[in-house]
Design a protein around this ligand. Structure first.
Ligand SMILES: Nc1ncnc2c1ncn2[C@@H]1O[C@H](COP(=O)(O)OP(=O)(O)OP(=O)(O)O)[C@@H](O)[C@H]1O
Ligand SMILES: [Mg+2]
Length: 259
């Protein structure tokens, strides 16, 4: 039995995935933890915990490959790949008909186009400001005092459309606070916030010529409201993996097999 590990050190969360490869690759287990100030240390801790839980040790692991913004200078491997490649690889593994990937993480969002071989043919990134990213959602969650894990439920329960007109996170936060003080239902505000994220994603997707099937990866895909808003704007269904935040680490583990 051959085991491989993929590590994704993101700006918000570090994800570690263990897979085994006999004739086919098979997902075994994933672990996640806030990245904190030392991503390499966080990842090493998750690897140790994961192996211990599975009664394995590091000698059972053929290779480890790292991705994410913190992949440089990790202590446990020299093998690295970009997040673009790893999200594409992981998305294609879970949904083989994927042609377009949208990854919305904590700090940036990316639209990725795949060719018929599953290789990346084009991508665009929004990494210059927090608008359209998980950070924007985190700021709004704090301003509203509503947990991010409730944003999907609130979106579904909302009965009225509310626009968030400011794109800039700082101005949008003030706008949200004003709306709350005017007595607007928080659920309607949340729906507006989710649409704001979806509109930014749509802009990225159009720039790579979005084609079906579309798969969404990254932690923001756990927000059902953003998914529904983006499906509405795109007028098509989006594939959502069961564990969207682990797709980059899964892709890294799959690349470890090939390297
Ligand atoms: N349970 C949840 N419900 C809603 N949103 C969530 C949930 N868990 C995480 N998120 C969102 O996912 C984001 C983090 O996603 P992810 O782990 O993909 O980021 P990252 O890989 O660390 O960041 P980046 O790729 O930008 O470096 C958070 O900012 C938050 O908005
Ligand atoms: Mg990420």
């Amino acid at each position: 039995m051959k085991y491989y590990i993929g590590v994704d050190i993101g700006s918000v969360a570090t994800k570690v995935v263990l897979i085994k490869n006999d004739s086919d690759a098979e997902f075994i287990e994933g672990k996640i933890s806030p990245t904190g100030s030392n991503g390499s240390f966080t990842a090493q801790k998750l690897i140790d915990e994961l192996l211990k839980e599975k009664n394995l040790n590091i000698d059972n692991v053929e290779k480890i490959l790292a991705t994410g913004y913190g992949r440089i200078n990790v202590s446990f491997t020299d093998l690295t790949k970009t997040e673009i490649s790893c999200h594409a690889k992981g998305a294609k593994f879970i949904f083989p008909k994927t042609k377009t990937v949208i990854d919305i993480g904590g700090q940036d969002s990316k639209a990725i186009k795949l060719n018929s071989n599953g290789d990346v043919s084009d991508f665009v990134m929004n990494d210059k400001c927090a608008a359209g990213t998980g950070r924007f959602l985190e700021v709004m969650s704090h301003a509203l005092q509503v947990d991010l894990s409730d944003f999907g439920k609130c979106h579904i329960e909302s009965k009225k459309d509310t626009q968030i007109s400011n794109i800039c996170t700082v101005f949008a936060e003030s706008e949200v606070i004003s709306l709350v003080s005017e007595g607007v239902d928080k659920r309607d505000i949340i729906k507006g916030i989710n649409y704001s994220i979806a509109k930014r994603a749509l802009t990225l997707l159009k720039r790579v010529n979005v084609e079906e099937e579309v798969t969404m990866t990254g932690g923001v895909a756990k927000n059902r409201g953003v998914v529904l808003a983006l499906e509405d704007l795109l007028k098509l269904k989006i594939n959502i993996p069961d564990i969207p935040e682990f797709v980059g680490a899964l892709g890294a583990a799959l690349y470890a097999i090939e390297s």
